[in-house]
Write a protein that binds this ligand. Structure first.
Ligand code: UT7
Length: 354
């Protein structure tokens, strides 16, 4: 059973309000030309078909938790808060199968005994995690929550696979959500979310999990990397994100032409453009950083929020529509009015294009 957009509403308790934004990118840049020394592709193809010029790669000893820690620190500095009650970490690339990565990030932040857990919803993970955090705040279980999206996609990408290697990048972004009141600038609107597990194999790491443990010793090395049916995923991404975005706007009581900024998961420049086009939102209202960072999966939305805020593309009072889609398949969308006085804390500015 699904809840229709007309029925969607915020829970009756306090509303989650964005009070800080931070991001972190590993310093190593990998250009298309460098990548194509190994992958059967070209700079021209990657620019034209995906919109990426370069992506970041973490050094092998740097983990998702390390990137998350830096972004989380910056988000807390941006919010001007010394601690939080909970940390929700969205990632497809946890440091370990067990335990979750969030508790160790919380520990390294000096947060003692706080609620901390991971959320796995692929590239939709950060929006899912934000919805979960907003629910914790509405329920009175937490007053202040760090929501982090962090990925070392390089850990699960076959460097020789042209279907995935050009696409994905590493990075992390984070926001602080605090209890506030409905209608306050920065407050998150109702969340629209969904999944379609009939397409679970469209983006999958075949081996290494419980399902395929019987061939742990016999699976080819490539089965421990992500496999993606890109073209099929592309079509679902556009359809699902456009629909979820429409529903989130309706649930917020807005009209589509009132949306000042569309923050859409940076899956592929053509996917983002198609979603914006389907919604009738012009390119100048659709910030993009995919050229500089690639598809950073669960880190994509908070990285774009941070980069767009830093570049002055998110201004106080802007009506912002946020939507993401990824493996699962899973998708989620929400809205907010960009708050005054929130300055993004970045490691190295990235100027988003539009
Ligand atoms: O983040 C959430 C989950 N992921 C996504 O949302 C990603 C969604 N998918 C995509 O972004 C795109 O499907 C890709 C970038 C992965 C692939 O682009 P495409 O335009 O869908 O390519 P395609 O698979 O339909 O292939 C078109 C052509 C084929 O050649 P022929 O058969 O037309 O001669 C492919 O062999 O492009 C070829 N091709 C490439 N050529 C150069 C596919 N990948 C590459 C490549 N370099 N990397």
């Amino acid at each position: 059973m699904t809840v229709s957009s007309a029925e969607l509403q915020r829970a009756p308790g306090p509303t989650a309000v964005v009070t800080g934004v931070g991001s972190h990118l590993p310093p190593r840049r990998v250009t298309n030309d460098e990548l194509c020394a190994r992958v059967d592709s070209s700079d021209a193809w990657i620019r034209e078909r995906i919109g990426i010029e370069e992506r970041r790669r973490a050094d092998p000893e740097v983990s998702t938790g390390d990137l998350a820690l830096e972004a989380a620190r910056r988000a807390m500095r941006s919010a001007g808060v010394p601690d939080v009650d909970a940390l929700v970490l969205a990632t497809t690339t946890p440091d370990h199968h067990c335990p979750a990565t969030a508790p160790s990030v919380a520990h390294r932040l000096g947060l003692r005994d706080v609620m901390a857990f991971d959320v796995t919803a692929g590239c939709a993970g950060f929006v899912y995690a934000s919805g979960v955090a907003a629910g914790l705040i509405s329920a009175g279980s937490a007053r202040r929550v760090l929501v982090v999206g962090a990925e070392t996609m390089s850990a699960i990408i076959d460097p020789d696979d042209r279907a995935t290697a050009p696409l994905f990048g590493d990075g992390a972004g984070a926001v602080v959500l605090e209890a506030g009141t409905e209608g306050q600038d920065g407050s998150l609107g109702p969340f629209v979310w969904g999944s379609d597990g009939s397409l679970a194999d469209a983006i999958v790491i075949p081996a290494g999990g419980a399902r395929e443990r019987h061939r742990r010793d016999t699976a080819p090395a490539g089965d421990f990397f992500v496999h993606m049916r890109g073209n099929e995923v592309f079509r679902h991404a556009v359809r699902r994100m456009a629909r979820a975005a429409q529903d989130a706007v309706a649930a917020a009581g807005w009209e589509l032409d009132e949306v000042d900024r569309l923050i859409v998961h940076q899956a592929n420049g053509r996917i983002a453009a198609s979603v914006a086009d389907a919604l009738g939102i012009p390119p100048e209202r659709t910030p993009s950083n995919i050229a500089a960072v690639g598809n950073t999966a669960a880190a994509s939305v908070p990285l774009l929020l941070a980069h767009a805020a830093d570049a002055g593309q998110l201004k106080p009072g802007h009506r912002v529509l946020v939507v993401a889609f990824g493996s699962g398949l899973a998708w989620a969308a929400t809205t907010l009015v960009w708050p005054p006085g929130v300055t993004a804390e970045l490691q190295g500015p990235v100027r988003p294009g539009a």
